[in-house]
Design a protein around this ligand. Sequence first.
Ligand code: ATP
Length: 436
Amino acid sequence: MINDLMDKIVALCKRRGFVYPGSEIYGGLAGTWDYGPAGALMKKNLKDLWWKEMVQLRDDVVGLDGAIMMNPRAWEASGHVEAFVDPLVECKICHQRFRADKLEEIEEHTKNHGGMMVDWTEPEQFNLLVKAYLGVIEGKQSEIYLRGEITNGVHVNFKNVMDSTRVKIPFGIAQIGKAFRNEITPGNFTFRSREFEQMEVQFYIKPVDEEGKKWFEYWKQNRMDWYLSLGMKKENLRFRDHEDKERAHYAKAATDIEYNAPWGWQEFMGIHHRGDWDLSRHEKFSGQNLKVRDIETNEEYFPWDIETSAGVDRSFLFLLIDSYRAEGGRVWLQLDPRLAPYKVAVFPLLGNKPELIDKAKKIFNDLKKDYMIAWDDRGNIGKRYASQDEIGTPYCITVDFDTLEDESVTVRDRDSAKQERVKIAELKQYIMERLR
Ligand code: ATP
């Protein structure tokens, strides 16, 4: 049943252009995925909504778009070169590698070898940073890392942002971008990939315990409320506080927001109280003063950082799973219209009647100035509805022979499948009221 749902989601993603296996015609590349036309639109909508909420609607957060390639010293400073490691074990029978801390996967794997006793290698520390080589002269290239998370690019620009804008503590820096990890066992579709995207805010505050507690709680609730506002089911979301032994030594507090995925509760974002770890380390390694001067006391201090770090791909996947509906022979994605790849689809009732096509094209061309609109003139109306339902298009508009007489069209609602006649002159207003 569990795998059944995931199988359906994966098949739908491929069939309807949400997500394809990376480099598929060459047999793929493990842990990479390509977003198709519908997926690229939905992912962009998700990132745009996040950016609007975090940067446009807030007066205390500014945006940044940092480089993927950074001076390797930055990764030494952040501790990634030394400590961005997972324990790796290898099955001595088939040489497949696993994370030693993923006990369920190890248990599952032993079943593959029937009754045989599985022997494992001793756990080795395996660094997840992906290496790259920069420079044009063979042998003189410098080794760098593709960023393992996007946080570092923000901290190294902390001073630039303070010096070039009018921000004052407390304030945040928001960023969306790709990250790369040499994951030992990529899997569960896009959930654990080797190339993925993150959306994060580093929120800098005064280094005072009450401030830390206040902002940590604030961001926890703020992020949970945001996912609920996107229509995710409350019963499928929960907080999970990290236990002391799980937390990085510098972290004062850490909580994940988890989703009740078909394979169990899984993290898709974290809220971390990172203290002054990042700024103090970057100051030490770069030799640049990254402290802030308090205007009242004239004393310098390192601000603390409350980080919210979400995976774009995991949020995307869980939003898809959460919106999947199958009832009475119908399958549809009950996506928030703001996330839906296409807001409206326009059809001429018949694909071979020029008068219907002309009329429908006029509506299509007019609406596409404001919204992403789909067009379909193949097959019958039933099939077209079914295909729009599967990609979550909230409204379908059909131009029929009556339209030529009464200047009205049939508008069909994705969730209720109800249809109503709407005057063409009132169509824009009708759609605007329904798409927030
Ligand atoms: P995990 O324990 O699952 O490996 P993590 O705790 O290492 O994740 P963070 O370093 O806190 O993850 O990264 C923040 C977010 O980035 C995660 O909540 C997740 O949504 C996303 N993320 C991390 N690793 C991956 C990955 N391999 N594939 C897709 N998304 C990822």
